[in-house]
Design a protein around this ligand. Structure first.
Ligand code: BJW
Length: 250
């Protein structure tokens, strides 16, 4: 079993080494080893105060109970604030900075900001960022750290309306440019790495199939089988902090 994983990692490393255009999609699993709970398959954010996260993190909840949504995200921000990037985030940041690739697109579903903290630039954040607020009326964006502390909901400095967390909740559209760029780069890559995602959430879960149908090799890094596994060429059954430093050039 051990030797089998070693040989799969070697094969993946060879494919990545020969690639010109790399596309990476990450999910909650890449931050698991930093201490950020995943949504599904363990972790402890699935239920909070007796409510499922799908109910809390929804368009309906932000419309019906914004103060509760802020409490939920302030709690989560407290957890994320204690976490630092792990070896998986760092390996991706180094590979992106490596000039050997013609392009290296990093797309994340995570809102924790750990890719940016690891030095990745640019990062396409499909589901927003927990450290930012957005005006519900005029769309003004602000880092939470730049707003007067504690006021909930924060008040928009532009128009005086209540602000909400700048995250994409169930039933909401993804930022248009982010998903458009992600789809474009997925359709023109040679290698697509799918790291730490259950692949259950649309439309991010379509990106690996877009890559594969355009001829890319798709490599999954996940300790568990997922709904995407059958559409991947290679599946590395390992934690990302262990596997990524071994398949990506520094
Ligand atoms: C490790 C590891 C280690 C562990 N190393 N790996 C019915 C059918 C199809 C679609 C829909 C439907 N009903 C509704 C929809 C659409 C809906 C959707 O997809 N729902 C499905 C769940 C059914 N999607 C939307 O609503 C999206 N918008 C949209 O579709 O707009 C169009 C539209 C709008 C209006 C009307 C009609 C159409 C928006 C989705 C936004 C999702 N947002 C969330 C919450 C963000 C805020 C918050 O944090 O609270 O984003 S949901 C949550 O799931 C979060 C994540 O980004 C996302 C994905 O989860 P992820 O990253 O895959 O994490 P997990 O926990 O699921 O998996 C972790 C994995 O890591 C596991 O596989 C582990 O094995 C692995 N792992 N340790 C590597 N060490």
């Amino acid at each position: 079993m051990h030797n089998e994983i070693e040989s799969v990692i070697d094969t993946a490393a060879r494919i990545v080494f020969e690639a010109r255009r790399v596309f990476v999609l990450t999910g909650a699993g890449i931050s698991a080893e930093s201490g950020v709970p995943t949504f599904r398959g363990g972790g402890n954010t699935t239920v909070w105060r007796g409510m499922q996260f799908e109910v809390l993190s929804s368009k309906q909840m932000v419309e019906s109970n914004l103060p509760l949504v802020w409490e939920w995200f302030d709690y989560r921000k407290g957890v994320v604030g204690e976490c630092r990037p792990n070896a998986g985030h760092v390996a991706l940041a180094r590979a992106q900075a490596n000039q050997r690739f013609g392009s290296f697109t990093l797309v994340t579903q995570n809102i924790d900001g750990l890719h940016v903290a690891a030095g990745s630039d640019p990062v396409i954040e499909l589901h927003g960022n927990i450290h930012r607020a957005r005006c519900s009326r005029c769309g003004t964006l602000r880092e939470l750290s730049d707003l007067p502390h504690g006021g909930r909901p924060p008040i928009c400095p532009g128009c005086g309306s209540p602000m909400r967390p700048d995250v994409v909740l169930f039933g909401e559209m993804l930022p248009e440019e982010a998903i458009r760029t992600a789809q474009r780069d997925a359709s023109s890559c040679d290698v697509c790495l799918v790291v730490g995602t259950s692949g259950l959430v649309y439309p991010a879960n379509e990106l690996p199939r877009v890559a594969r149908s355009s001829g890319a090799s798709v490599i999954e890094v996940n300790p568990e089988e997922t709904v995407l596994t059958n559409s991947c060429d290679i599946s590395i059954r390992a934690n990302s902090a262990e596997a990524l430093p071994r398949i990506l050039p520094a």
